[in-house]
Ligand binder design. Structure first.
Ligand code: PLP
Length: 412
């Protein structure tokens, strides 16, 4: 395949590079700083778990009485229990596997909202929250309030509280912003006084595995997350935790075979079958289970402190440079492994293209699927930000290489 890119010099260089190196395996020496999109590399134990399933098992979970099918189902329930323990959920049946964070968010949003409901969300949110809500609003089903953030990148809790009305059914807020890295005051939001029917959904796509999660302490009714980011599982994994009161109101958004109550044409009401229609991504879930073990062996606290060190290292460099503008994070608020910036002389996409093509450093540029926050932070004029996002495998040397590359870029 030949790429015909735009004419600017640095993009031309990148296009030439792509044309010369169209094989993925030729990029083996890259430094990967895009863990907020999906984490890489996966631990060997994750790859081994996936390979073991496909090489030595291969049965569908919860389908049939063959010994292998039963064994695979048990292994899946073990991952369910492990993941429940990681997020502080008492009953592992309250945790449903999903195919990614988006799927989990849709399970909650599409599962509880009804005609005439009011929903509150924030400008920080990802399109996986904004689009389903916008769709329901366009249908005339819900009213939507979108609250602002302070210059610190933190949701305006007072504005959120003031937006609650009698028919507010759902509050959706991300735990960690995927653009700014800022950690949101979910405990405080969870403890706000709300009408009885009002449920609190946390989008934990950027926090699970990087920060301690305790669904009870957060006072949330839903916690939706990807399994392929901080949990280090394969793509195609995610999950939704639901509280007792959420389950009372929750309709399935995907219906079909569950391997249970097959004589009935109605969807089973029991959790997790209510939400888990169709074959699970067994290989992916077992891989995610190995990812959770990997994180637990290190401990979430030590992963968090490692990510903080790397972010601090970058901020130390950036704070000495007049040509770099970092959004929202500072030395006091190190966020959770994600930082966004712009440099004076180049657009974010040019920076990302040159870092990749000239230095083998993979970062992300653009809006990061979170369109509203850019207007608030003023990054919309340059079409978004450059985002670096670190994972447990990144090292201080990776950040040194980034800093070196940035220094060369800015002096060119
Ligand atoms: C905050 C946030 N929510 C939701 C998602 C969607 O997750 P997934 O890609 O697993 O569907 C992402 C992915 O980047 C995200 O950053």
């Amino acid at each position: 395949m030949t790429f015909n890119g735009p004419p600017r010099r640095c993009i031309r260089l990148a296009v030439d590079h792509l044309n010369k190196n169209s094989q993925l395996d030729e990029r083996a020496s890259r430094i990967y700083l895009d863990n907020a999109a999906t984490s890489w590399p996966k631990p060997q134990s994750v790859l081994d778990a996936v390979a073991d399933y496909y090489l030595n098992h291969g049965s569908a979970a919860g389908r049939g009485v063959a010994a292998d099918a039963v064994q695979v189902d048990r292994a899946i329930q073990l991952v369910r229990a492990k993941l429940s323990a990681l997020i502080g959920a008492e009953d592992s049946n309250h945790l449903a596997f999903a195919f990614n964070g988006t799927d989990a968010l849709n399970m909650a949003i599409r599962g509880v909202l009804r005609q005439g409901d009011h929903v509150i969300t924030s400008v920080l949110e990802h399109n996986s929250v904004l689009r389903p809500l916008h769709y329901l609003k366009q249908l005339g089903m819900i009213d939507l309030t979108i609250v602002d953030i302070a210059p610190t990148g933190i949701v305006d809790v007072e504005q959120l509280e003031d937006s609650i009305v009698n028919n507010t059914k759902l509050i959706c807020i991300s735990h960690v912003s995927n653009v700014l890295g800022t950690v949101q005051p979910v405990k405080e939001i969870g403890s706000i006084e709300k009408p009885d029917q009002c449920l609190f959904l946390i989008d934990g796509a950027q926090s699970t595995g990087h920060l301690p999660v305790d669904v009870n302490a957060f006072g949330c009714d839903f916690f939706a997350s990807s399994g392929h980011k901080g949990l280090l599982g394969p793509l195609g994994t995610g999950f939704l935790y639901s509280s007792d009161r959420a389950i009372e109101q929750l309709e399935p958004y995907r219906l079909g075979g569950t391997g249970t109550s097959s004589e009935k044409t109605e969807q089973p009401n029991e959790m997790p079958f209510r939400l888990e229609s169709g074959n699970l991504n067994v290989g992916g879930i077992l891989g995610m289970g190995a990812g959770i073990e990997f994180i637990e062996t290190k401990s979430v606290a030590s992963v968090q402190s490692h990510l903080n060190d790397l972010i601090r290292q970058f901020l130390d460099f950036a704070s000495d440079q007049t040509g770099i503008k970092v959004f929202a994070l500072d030395q006091q608020n190190l966020g959770a492994g994600v930082v966004s910036f712009q440099i004076d002389s180049m657009s974010p996409s040019e920076v990302a293209t040159v870092l990749d093509s000239q230095f083998g450093i993979q970062v992300r540029s653009g809006l990061h699927c979170s369109p509203l926050v850019h207007k608030t932070i003023g990054s919309d004029k340059l079409e978004g930000t450059v985002r670096i996002s670190v994972g447990p495998s990144n090292t201080a040397e990776d950040i040194d290489s980034l800093i070196d590359a940035m220094a060369q870029l800015m002096s060119a």
